[in-house]
Ligand binder design. Structure first.
Ligand SMILES: NC(=O)c1ccc[n+]([C@@H]2O[C@H](COP(=O)([O-])OP(=O)(O)OC[C@H]3O[C@@H](n4cnc5c(N)ncnc54)[C@H](OP(=O)(O)O)[C@@H]3O)[C@@H](O)[C@H]2O)c1
Length: 260
């Protein structure tokens, strides 16, 4: 089995890098109304990607759209709750219809939920956090991955967290959902290896966003990294995507060198 997989890897037609692709590459970035998602959409558009974005809050989506359009980028905007399977599937289908394909998926949309010990964690927010952070990521990824498999190319990066790699008291369903997306990415990476689709996770570390402020309301925000730093890291990870990187969990310290 191991030998079969190794020979399949050697037969990969091209690395899934999107930088060398003839057509303008397309990136779908979920949760791009603010924070890391907005910064990532902006950076990818500046780098020449055609961008598709979603979020639930229309006013924030409009603001991201305005920024992207002002810089001359091509952008497809759709209001969607990625935690609703019907919204998630319709979003991917609409992007595929609009652009024809998706080269890069950045699974960024997520919520924090209550910061409570598991013994006191209520069921309703538990289900909601898992619905958005884990099941939503699964449904979007499944739809996009099928399209990428048909083209034998693509890159899927899910934004994870340090608490999705080592459990920490008080992080509740959020931490468990991030452990879930790490597992999802590892299984998918193994399944998509023969299809030249690179699947990775990225832990951005403390970044100055609304979610971070919710988790640490009393910290000095000036010491946190700007979302543009994480956006740059995600672009670099995308450009460096290769069969060697699929299945890996990266963070700022382990970011591989980009070939571009
Ligand atoms: N900031 C950090 O320090 C940090 C650290 C580690 C990991 N992360 C991860 O980084 C990602 C982005 O976080 P952030 O800090 O930028 O958070 P944020 O400022 O709260 O932004 C989250 C974005 O996701 C969207 N979103 C949330 N739920 C959604 C849903 N069901 N459907 C569609 N869009 C949805 C939000 O818009 P709507 O609410 O309008 O839908 C918003 O645009 C998350 O996955 C988070 O877990 C962040």
């Amino acid at each position: 089995m191991a030998r079969l997989r190794a020979s399949r890897v050697r037969r990969l037609p091209t690395p899934p890098s999107v930088a060398c692709h003839n057509n303008t590459p397309v990136a779908l970035i979920t949760g791009a109304g603010r924070g890391i998602g907005r910064a990532t959409a902006t950076r990818f558009a500046q780098a020449g990607f055609r961008v598709a974005i979603c979020a639930r809050t229309a006013s924030e989506l409009r603001a991201t759209h305005k920024t992207l359009a002002a810089s001359g980028g091509q952008v497809f905007v759709r209001r969607a709750d990625t935690g609703k399977p019907s919204d998630a599937r319709a979003l991917v289908r609409a992007v595929l219809k609009h652009y024809g394909h998706i080269d890069v998926l950045i699974n960024n949309a997520g919520i924090l939920g209550p910061m409570l010990q598991l013994t006191r964690y209520p069921l309703r927010p538990w289900l909601n956090v898992l619905r958005i952070n884990l099941t939503g990521t699964f449904v979007i990824t499944q739809e996009v991955a099928r399209a990428m498999m048909r083209r034998h190319r693509g890159c899927i990066i899910t934004v994870s967290s340090s608490v999705g790699r080592a459990g920490r008291a008080g992080w509740g369903a959020y931490a468990v959902s991030k452990f879930g997306v790490e597992g999802l990415s590892q299984v998918l990476a193994d399944e998509l290896r023969p299809f030249n689709v690179c699947v990775m996770t990225y832990n951005p570390g403390g970044t100055r966003t609304k979610m971070r402020a919710q988790a640490f309301p009393h910290e000095d925000r000036s010491k946190l990294k700007d979302p543009s730093v994480t956006a740059e890291a995600l672009l670099r990870l995308t450009r460096g995507a290769s069969p060697d990187h699929t299945g890996h969990a990266f963070d700022a310290a382990t970011l591989p060198d980009s070939p571009v």
